[in-house]
Design a protein around this ligand. Structure first.
Ligand SMILES: O=C(NC/C=C/[C@H]1O[C@@H](Sc2ccncc2)[C@H](O)[C@@H]1O)c1cc([N+](=O)[O-])cc(O)c1O
Ligand SMILES: [Mg+2]
Length: 214
């Protein structure tokens, strides 16, 4: 019968990765997506940039928008200090179900809370539901047309502070032009981009790094 791409990614992890070894989970997904079928994981090239930003920020609180199969969730969670609080929001229950199993295979289920639902519904509830004041790091990788509205919503909900870092995937491809325009023209943000390539391809892409300066 038909097996979905997300199921094939999960099977590749269960077949080729070692339980409790996050790096082997990442490698298994990257091998599957570069050799068998493309999927919209952030991938290894941009993933290394993500790793360096996580290591540099060394965040106590992290929010990921768009879990998908949990690839970037595993990359981030494997680098966090023990006391860190990491929330990842996923709208699609089928992707959430696969991501939970990928995160568990990596042995990181205690490091991250996967919350199902829409970011626009959950962002206003995070403070009281999870006891988080502000986020040190936010990784945006969900619907590109929601980057701007969700960033404004996080500002309005007081979830961002001076020093918070926002890292956005796909500002070139598929693109988030309104978001780039807003942050580039806002005095609140110091921004720059990391040149890279679209996952598993040679297409030009950037990760968009934003530091909140006031
Ligand atoms: O479309 C892309 N990503 C959209 C990702 C969406 C993910 O986030 C939620 S939506 C949601 C909504 C609200 N709250 C949480 C999650 C979806 O269920 C999916 O898991 C994309 C596309 C390409 N590409 O090349 O076409 C490359 C990429 O790297 C991409 O990230
Ligand atoms: Mg992406």
């Amino acid at each position: 019968q038909f097996v979905s791409l997300r199921q094939r990614i999960l099977s590749a992890v269960q077949k080729n990765a070692t339980r409790g070894d996050p790096r082997s989970v990442i490698r298994a997904i990257d091998q599957f997506c570069s050799q068998k079928e493309w999927a919209m994981n952030v991938g290894n090239e941009k993933g290394c940039i993500l790793d360096s930003v996580v290591s540099e920020v060394n965040p106590a609180t992290v929010l990921e928008l768009g879990t998908y199969c949990g690839y970037s969730t595993v990359r981030i969670a494997s680098l966090l200090p023990p006391y860190a609080k990491f929330i990842t929001l996923e709208f699609n229950p089928d992707f959430a179900a696969v991501a939970r199993q990928v995160i568990a295979w990596a042995g990181l289920e205690d490091k991250v809370q996967l919350v199902e639902g829409a970011s626009s519904d959950w962002i206003p509830k995070i403070k009281e539901q999870f006891g988080i004041k502000t986020f040190d790091l936010v990784f945006l990788d969900h619907w590109k047309e929601h980057y701007l509205s969700d960033t404004k919503l996080m500002e309005e909900c007081g979830l961002l502070r001076k020093g918070s870092v926002l890292l956005a995937d796909n500002v070139i491809c598929p693109g988030a032009p309104d978001y780039v325009e807003y942050v580039r023209s806002s005095p609140r943000y110091k921004s720059h981009y990391f040149r890279s390539h679209l996952e598993y391809t040679k297409a030009e892409e950037n990760l968009w790094y934003l530091g909140i300066i006031e």
